[in-house]
Design a binder for this molecule. Structure first.
Ligand code: FAD
Length: 472
């Protein structure tokens, strides 16, 4: 005899059937389980681009899920509206006794779930850990406090990792408990006011598996290749982790069992992901623009609109920055090294508030995740939990020479510099006029002059941070 006769499994950022905590518990504890996804109008209304790649990714993943459910004699219920009205309404209509879902740690989502729980009344809302390996307070310091620095956190994370935390939920064993449903038409993306066309990656569980297969053939080189944007050195799994089209346990397990330097280095990145989620849980004010280190709340950024626009549009005159930003605008993707360098450049060369950059990335990144994006921005701005001091400032030219030594990433994304000789590719403003004439690359005309002088900007940054600290 099962606990419930009918239940809903409410999918959110976990768009898969395999190794799914909430679905596993729902199927095991209920006779009949309906799978539901809600296009949340509160979230969709905030998106100004009606061809948003993320929405397309979700829709594509849901279509795949729906087709898998139909093959199993069930279907995916797709709703649109506000969670606190739509979920309880459907729960009452289907006469379920419980709603199962996986925990979401973003402050807005926590508030949403609390409101849904109240609106459900006597219908239970069961929540599970699924999105991370270790959630909020599972990894604490010796004195029972959350970590504020990554390296000791990662050491504790690795120490605690074992078969129990890595084990998959055997959903397949219980699939017979899926509710039998008459075939229903799957709603079009257009019916929610969005359209398709921009997404360049394959969504869904199938898409994730292909990306993983490819990465597993390269994982042993990860530690050597991961910092070079022109190499195919990283996994490209972030969007799949963001929307849960693959299980974090599966990925961590693969890396853990494989061993070796490449896999160990990659596992460490997965720990960063948990770390930032943990931080957001303990410091929900991060989502409201607060600096992790309060002493950096009152830095007087000059916030020049024209400099911000040059950064957004990839016309700062620093080729590596411009190539990174143009790639982001074109595809929604940006390599981690470039995220660090572009973020640092905005804050420490252009003196624009990191919150402006965070917002721009949030609007454009395919894998946008509040915890990781905020963590990354605050790390780059030195307002976050970086062990490095605030006076560490990336030099955009040195970074360019080191991580795109032949300029191949730059040339690919800046066609106007395609013929630029290696000698000038990282700092084309130094190219003599005679070379500019010969190559038809006119700095200041066909490619911009640097919007700032890095050496001067650096001095101003040091003063700006010192003054901000003084005010604290
Ligand atoms: C300013 C800035 C903003 C960022 N914004 C985001 C974001 O919105 N969403 C996002 O997923 N990542 C973000 N990152 C982290 C990182 O850049 C991306 O996760 C990575 O580039 C994704 O590519 P990949 O899947 O090939 O990564 P891999 O190198 O293959 O890493 C594997 C996975 O580990 C996780 N990961 C890797 N690095 C980090 C990190 N520094 N912090 C947290 N998780 C990490 C990701 O889930 C990633 O998919 C940001 C970093 C910076 C510096």
């Amino acid at each position: 005899m099962k606990r419930h006769s009918r239940a809903i499994c409410w999918l959110r950022r976990d768009l898969r059937l395999a190794d799914h905590a909430a679905l596993y518990h729902a199927l095991k504890e209920s006779e009949s389980v309906y799978c539901v996804f809600l296009f949340d109008s509160d979230i969709l209304d905030r998106l100004s681009d009606k061809q948003d790649r993320r929405v397309e990714f979700i829709w594509q993943s849901l279509l795949e899920l729906h087709e898998s459910l139909v093959k199993l004699g069930s279907a995916l219920h797709v709703l649109y509206g506000k969670a606190k009205t739509e979920i309880p309404e459907l729960a009452r209509k289907l006469d379920v006794q419980a709603v199962y879902c996986n925990r979401d740690y973003e402050p807005d989502a926590v508030r949403r779930d609390a409101a849904v729980e109240i609106a459900l009344g006597s219908i239970a809302l069961h929540r599970y850990k699924d999105q991370v390996i270790f959630e909020d307070s599972e990894i604490l310091t010796g004195s029972g406090k959350p970590y504020g620095v990554f390296t000791p956190y990662r050491n504790a994370w690795l120490k605690k990792l074992d078969d129990y935390y890595l084990g998959a939920y055997p959903v397949a064993r219980y699939l017979s408990a899926l509710a039998r449903c008459e075939p229903v038409d799957f709603p079009s993306l257009e019916s929610f006011g969005f359209s398709r066309g921009k997404l360049e990656v394959e969504a869904g569980e199938c898409g994730a598996e292909k990306v993983l297969d490819d990465f597993m053939s390269r994982i042993d080189q990860y530690h050597k290749a991961r910092d070079f944007p022109s190499l195919n050195g990283t996994s490209h799994l972030s969007v799949h982790l963001r929307f849960g089209t693959i299980s974090i346990r599966k990925l961590a397990e693969l890396a853990y069992r494989r061993g070796g330097e490449g896999a160990a280095s990659w596992l460490s990145e997965l720990a960063w992901r948990d770390f930032y989620h943990m931080l957001l849980c303990h410091h929900p004010g991060l989502a409201e623009g607060h600096a992790f280190k309060p002493q950096f709340e009152s830095i007087a950024f000059s916030n020049e609109v024209e400099k911000h626009a040059a950064w957004c549009e990839g016309r700062t005159g620093y080729p590596l920055i411009d190539a990174g930003m143009r790639r982001l605008n074109l595809t929604g993707e940006m390599h981690n090294r470039l995220r660090m360098v572009c973020a640092s450049f905005l804050v420490k060369d252009l003196h624009v508030d990191w919150r402006w950059g965070e917002k721009y990335f949030a609007a454009h990144l395919l894998d946008f995740d509040l915890a990781a994006n905020n963590g990354g921005w605050q790390w780059a701005a030195s307002t976050g939990c970086d062990a490095q001091p605030w006076f560490r400032i990336f030099n955009p030219v040195t970074q360019s020479k080191k991580f795109d030594p032949e300029g191949s990433f730059i040339r690919h994304h800046l066609p106007e510099l395609a013929n630029c000789p290696d000698r000038w590719i990282h700092e084309p403003w130094l190219m003599p006029q005679s070379d500019q004439q010969r190559l038809k690359i006119f700095i200041g005309k066909t490619y911009p002059l640097p919007v700032v002088d890095h050496a001067k900007a650096r001095v101003a940054t040091l003063a700006m941070f010192k003054e901000g600290l003084g005010k604290h």
